[in-house]
Ligand binder design. Sequence first.
Ligand SMILES: Nc1nc2c(ncn2[C@@H]2O[C@H](COP(=O)(O)OP(=O)(O)OP(=O)(O)O)[C@@H](O)[C@H]2O)c(=O)[nH]1
Ligand SMILES: [Mg+2]
Length: 344
Amino acid sequence: MTSALVDSLRKGNRLALSRILSQVENGSPEGLAALEELFLVTGSAQKIGITGPPGSGKSTLVNALARELRLREPDKKVAIIAVDPSSPFTGGAILGDRVRMLDLQDDKQIFIRSMASRGALGGLAEQTQALSQVFDAAGYSFILIETVGAGQSEVDVVDLAHTTIVVDTPGMGDDIQSIKAGILEIADILVINKSDRPGADQSASHLRNMVEMGYAKRSHAGKHSLQDFSEKAAEELSSEDWIPPVLKTVASDYEGISELVDSILAHAACLHQSGKWRVKDQAAIRATIRHQLIAGLLKDFKKNVPTEQVEALVAAAQDRSISPNEAVRRLLAYNRSNILESSE
Ligand SMILES: Nc1nc2c(ncn2[C@@H]2O[C@H](COP(=O)(O)OP(=O)(O)OP(=O)(O)O)[C@@H](O)[C@H]2O)c(=O)[nH]1
Ligand SMILES: [Mg+2]
């Protein structure tokens, strides 16, 4: 049964969208019910993760990207999700003339959402996943997800993106070195933003060298973001048909944005062509089920087995009267017997 609110969201009503996003974010029963219904019509949006160190210009870049995508694909809607934003979205005030003509706030085909809270739906990645499913079902073709530096957040939102853009700034040679491994594993597109500053060319060529050197390795290692998925999926994904480009931008002046959008669209085309879009999608769904299954089992276990029981067996193992293995065996047996009892 479709609720009236879900109906209006599917028809493009922004107020309905906004309300469902809040319900989902709060983990309310209405929100979860809406999500279950909406999931069935998801799968077409391109989720684009933008990550990088604080202050590197991610928000500015996302603003510019949203505009350029709208100019390029006037029939398509763009959503922005900011995870843990420390700087607000500008809505265009600091951008140049060309972009002011198309103000984010005035463009009803752009929807900006900052993640206000965390915890209601598990970790940040789950919340972001849920919100992007709502946008996807609401007909948003591009979902831009700004997140704090890769590897710095507890959960990498990168895991759910089709396309991951890693942003850095010039003159951070040492930094680039230190996050090199992470960058090469997760980036589909590398961006040197603030290229109006000295050292941009060196940083770009430095990164290009690293991409070239690391690429052979990467194709064997598979993407780190897929470590949770089946090995087969990771293998299928880590081939060499996409080599991450290194681009220079001045997001505050809209420079290099057009090239960046070219790369984003090309990456989507490449994923579709190679069949990896589908593989990624399937892997993400498998991971979601696995995640929720583990959470559900744990919840059942906590309901079935009293803390004292757990603590007693932990203590017994700590005393070396039984092995940890035996403790687990007994706990699982206890859990099972309670499941049997409650189902009788
Ligand atoms: N010189 C220069 N400044 C820029 C450029 N892009 C962004 N900025 C400025 O850099 C500052 C930080 O930009 P943000 O877009 O807020 O950076 P951010 O990565 O989103 O920051 P956090 O979300 O706090 O991590 C702002 O004052 C921007 O105006 C650029 O290309 N060149
Ligand atoms: Mg920001």
